[in-house]
Design a binder for this molecule. Structure first.
Ligand SMILES: [Zn+2]
Length: 244
């Protein structure tokens, strides 16, 4: 293993082990009588209150330690075994995957500037109705538990049910989501009265970051000074969508 990667994941592992007491009781309670088991190989969990074994933890496709001022932060690469687990969460509502990834995202982002609140990337209400859940909200709740930050799922609204970004190249992705998000005037007042300066948008997968950027823009316009963009995993654009 590269020395740089080792120095990235060792502190993550330590933090997960030492931070179990950070979790609120209701989160710890979910492990009572049902101790952590590795999400990937089903071995006994040995990293604290997270569903992972040490071996699978080390083998995960971690990204390097984030730059404190990086514009978009992602904890992992979107490839085996992360891709299948995130699909299980997105399409089948796998709550165990949400619990795992929420914890890993918190551990990986622990040294970034602390946000006042976490904001899951919103789905269009029609999409929430058909799917029954928002996968980013499921992840953000667990990230919020570990980092002890509030989660505000109503602070930003998706106005348009934008077509899927899959198969689009970077410029098309930007156009596709332009103006798709808004912060209502009531929420704007709430943000002002709470003195919110910094938030982190939470997403499951980031590719070009166009969707996160559009949401960030809406929050900046609403007066939030610093809008961080956090994703569990970073995917590469398919070669067929990169203009030659
Ligand atoms: Zn394992």
């Amino acid at each position: 293993m590269q020395a740089s990667l080792k120095s990235t994941i060792h502190p993550v592992r330590l933090w997960l082990g030492e931070s179990r007491s950070r979790l609120p009781w209701r989160a710890r309670w979910t492990f009572v009588g049902l101790p952590p088991r590795c999400y990937f190989c089903d071995a006994e969990g040995d990293l604290g209150l997270i569903d992972l074994c040490a071996e699978c933890f080390t083998a995960l496709p971690w990204t390097a330690e984030p730059d404190r001022y990086a514009s978009t932060f992602s904890a992992l690469a979107y490839r085996d075994p992360i891709d299948d687990a995130l699909k299980a969460l997105k399409y089948r509502g796998d709550r165990r995957a949400a619990r795992l990834f929420g914890g890993l995202l918190a551990a990986a982002a622990r040294n970034l500037a602390t946000p006042d609140a976490l904001i899951p990337m919103p789905l269009h209400p029609d999409r929430v109705c058909s799917r029954g859940f928002n996968q980013s909200l499921l992840i953000a709740k667990h990230t919020g538990d570990w980092l002890r930050r509030p989660v505000r799922s109503n602070w930003i609204t998706r106005l348009r049910a934008t077509p899927s970004q899959t198969g689009l190249h970077a410029a098309e992705r930007r156009r596709n989501v332009e103006g798709a998000f808004v912060v209502s005037s009531n929420i704007q007042k709430e943000i002002e009265s709470l003195g919110v300066r910094r938030v982190a948008l939470i997403d499951d997968v980031v590719t070009t970051g166009a969707t996160l950027d559009a949401a960030r823009h809406a929050l900046l316009e609403a007066g939030v000074a610093d809008v961080q963009r956090w994703a569990v995993a970073r995917a590469m654009l398919a070669k067929s969508t990169i203009p030659t």
